[in-house]
Structures are given as structure tokens and as C-alpha cells.
Design a protein around this ligand. Structure first.
Ligand SMILES: Cc1ncc(C[n+]2csc(CCOP(=O)(O)OP(=O)(O)O)c2C)c(N)n1
Length: 353
């Protein structure tokens, strides 16, 4: 007899239930922490990331992108709010779903799209592709295709900063599915023990690839894993840039003051498939439609409207972003392919004798 997978009954909680919108996460932060001017700049940034990724999905559909590509439609506030709270030299590592972090830190969209297309004008000359965004000049120390692998890397950078005493801190982004990797727990333990200047930021979209996380977690609230290590933990609405900004600012201040790591669980929702081409048979359309009412652009547009910003100003930003992204796509398409003789250039580190 075939038995079905046992799913123990879990209490309804934002951590594991994708029908709970992030707006239902209790909020201890202020809703007027940032000036309207700053929020308008963030609206531009969220929209730019959204339009770049929508363009990438179209390019993937038309067969112009080789390999797997993961987008973060709906996750943008986690990236934009965090970037605004950090200094430009702070270290950042993230997952294969990391275009939004790089763009939020200021990566040029032209070069980002060229990289995904494998073109020579990509920031890694087309050799990294979608899953390996990196630009040390922006503090971006690497996206990683191995679930959880970027987390100890960031802890190493935080340890180096602490030893050098240079005031740099590290932030590392991962999904809730990474919590079930052993390396995460080894890292939490040492980071807390050594009070490393690091922020562990879980972008909890309630799905790990095509599996609802409720089917794999024995714990109802994801942040409690980190709490067990004695770490300061926060569960927040990851779809609200202003809340993310305040949570990361607080965590960064603690890290710089030598008080050690903070674990932030940003509740969010992935509006796109796990990767381009995902048929999304594992979730209901109604759930996605409901979550669209709570996504970062909607939250931010409502906030700006309530502060007196008129619809035409937001429309102007939309047109400006459409134009900017259209130009970036054209630039990337027209960028040349790398020469085959360059295949091994910049691939291996050379050791000085
Ligand atoms: C060590 C390892 N195991 C399995 C995979 C295959 N895999 C790629 S993404 C993914 C799901 C990760 O889910 P989550 O951490 O919640 O992040 P999300 O993709 O939702 O952003 C898995 C299992 C992998 N890349 N690395």
C-alpha cells in the first residue's frame, strides 16, 4: 500500500502558510521612518528591479537565455530596504535568486542584463550568468547556486572585518528552505559565540522550489531556529521597504557596536515561478492573486499616495523606468559574444610564485 507523505498539523503562522499575507505580521516599527523623497527613490528602485526581471523572463521565453534563471518578483522590498540601511562597503552574499540585491546595491541594469545573456559587457564578461552575480566594488561578494553555501562565506567576511577592526559588516540573504542545511546551524552557532558583525536575512516566501515549506519544517516559526542559538531575532513584513529599512538599520547598529548577529525573517511571497519555465502546478492561482494585493509595489504606492504623492508622479516614474529598462535590454542584446579564445580567462586564480 502506498502511504502519503505525513504532514503533521501545524498552527497557522506566517512562516509556513502561504495564504497569510506579509501585512499580517505584527509590526513594532514606525510607518513614517523615511522621508517621502527617500520613499520615492525606493519606489523607483523597486520598479526598476521588477521591470528588469520581467524583461529577463521574456528573454528567457524567447530562448535568449541559456541555463536556469530565478527571479524575485515580489521580493524586492527585502533588497531595497536593506540596501538603504547599509553602507556601500558592507559585504553582501545571496542565493541564485539575487538579481534584486545587486540592482538594489547599484549594479548597472545594462551590465546586469548583458551578464544574464552571457555577453561581453556583463560585469563578469558573461561568465557568471544569472546565478553568479558578483561585484566586489559594490560589496557584492557572490551569489551562490548551492542552497546555504553563501551563509558561512559571509560569516568569514564578518570575522575578517572584526579581526581587522575596519567597521565593515556583512549581510547574507537566503530562503527559509536553507534552514534545513547543517551548515546554517554551524554558522549560527559560531557567529553568536564570536559575536560576529553579521545580519542573517531569511527571505521567507513559504516555498522551497516546488515544495510548500510547511511540508518540510518541524518548527512553526522559522526565526525560532536562530533564537535557539541565543541570537536576537525579528520576524517582519518583508514586503514593506520602510519596515525592512528599520529592521536592518537596527541590526546593523548592533553589529557595528560589537553586539553580534541578528536574524531577520522577512515574510514575503514569490509572484513568479521558482525559475523561468516553472509551470506552478503546486499552488493555486487564487493564492497568487490574493498575494498581489500585498506585494511591495502596491504597499509602496499606497504609502506614497497616503502622503499626498499624486498618481501622475508615479506614472512619470513608471515611464522613466520603462525607458531605462528598454534601453538596457537593447544594450545587452547588442553587446558582442565573448571570443571563444577567452573561455579560460579570469576563470582560475593565478598563484604568485
Ligand atoms: C545543497 C542544495 N540542495 C538542493 C538544491 C536544489 N535547490 C535549488 S533551489 C532549492 C530550494 C530552496 O528554497 P529556499 O531556500 O526557500 O529559497 P527560494 O528558492 O525559495 O528563494 C533547492 C532545493 C541546491 N541548489 N543546493
Amino acid at each position: 500500500m502506498v502511504t502519503s507523505v505525513i504532514t503533521p498539523t501545524m498552527p497557522k503562522a506566517a512562516s509556513l502558510d502561504p495564504s497569510v499575507p506579509s501585512s499580517e505580521v505584527p509590526n513594532e516599527f514606525k510607518s513614517d521612518a523615511l522621508s517621502t523623497e527617500k520613499l520615492i527613490a525606493m519606489y523607483h528602485s523597486v520598479l526598476l528591479i521588477r521591470r528588469v526581471e520581467e524583461s529577463l523572463l521574456k528573454l528567457s521565453e524567447s530562448g535568449e537565455i541559456g541555463g536556469a534563471m530565478h527571479t524575485a518578483l515580489g521580493h524586492e522590498a527585502n533588497a531595497v530596504g536593506s540596501a538603504a540601511a547599509l553602507q556601500e562597503h558592507d559585504y553582501l552574499t545571496c542565493t541564485y535568486r539575487g538579481h534584486h540585491h545587486s540592482l538594489a546595491r547599484g549594479m548597472d541594469p545594462k551590465r546586469a542584463i548583458a551578464e544574464v545573456l552571457g555577453k561581453i559587457d556583463g560585469f563578469a564578461k558573461g561568465k557568471g550568468g544569472s546565478m553568479h552575480f558578483i561585484d566586489p566594488s559594490l560589496g557584492l561578494m557572490g551569489a551562490n547556486g548551492i542552497v546555504g553555501a553563501q551563509v558561512p562565506h559571509a560569516a568569514g567576511m564578518a570575522l575578517a572585518s572584526k579581526m581587522r577592526g575596519d567597521g565593515r559588516i556583512a549581510i547574507t540573504f537566503f530562503g527559509e528552505g536553507a534552514m534545513f542545511q547543517g551548515v546554517m546551524h554551524e554558522t549560527f552557532n559560531m557567529a553568536q559565540k564570536w559575536l560576529l558583525p553579521i545580519i542573517f536575512y531569511c527571505e521567507n516566501n513559504r516555498y522551497s522550489e516546488m515544495t510548500p515549506t510547511s511540508r518540510t519544517s518541524s518548527i512553526a516559526e522559522i526565526y525560532k531556529f536562530a533564537e535557539a542559538y541565543g541570537m536576537r531575532t525579528l520576524q517582519i513584513n518583508g514586503n514593506d521597504v520602510e519596515i525592512v529599512y528599520q529592521a536592518v538599520s537596527e541590526a546593523a547598529a548592533r553589529a557595528r557596536a560589537g553586539e553580534g548577529p541578528t536574524f531577520i525573517e522577512g515574510i514575503t511571497y514569490r509572484l513568479s515561478g521558482h525559475m523561468a519555465g516553472d509551470l506552478e502546478t503546486y499552488r493555486d492561482k487564487d493564492e497568487i492573486e490574493m498575494q498581489r494585493q500585498h506585494e511591495p509595489l502596491v504597499v509602496l504606492a499606497e504609502r506614497l499616495t497616503s502622503r499626498g504623492v499624486d498618481a501622475s508622479s508615479l506614472e512619470d516614474i513608471n515611464s522613466q523606468v520603462e525607458e531605462e529598462v528598454g534601453e538596457a535590454v537593447e544594450f545587452a542584446k547588442n553587446s558582442p559574444w565573448p571570443n571563444a579564445t577567452e573561455a579560460y580567462t579570469d576563470v582560475f586564480a593565478t598563484q604568485e610564485k
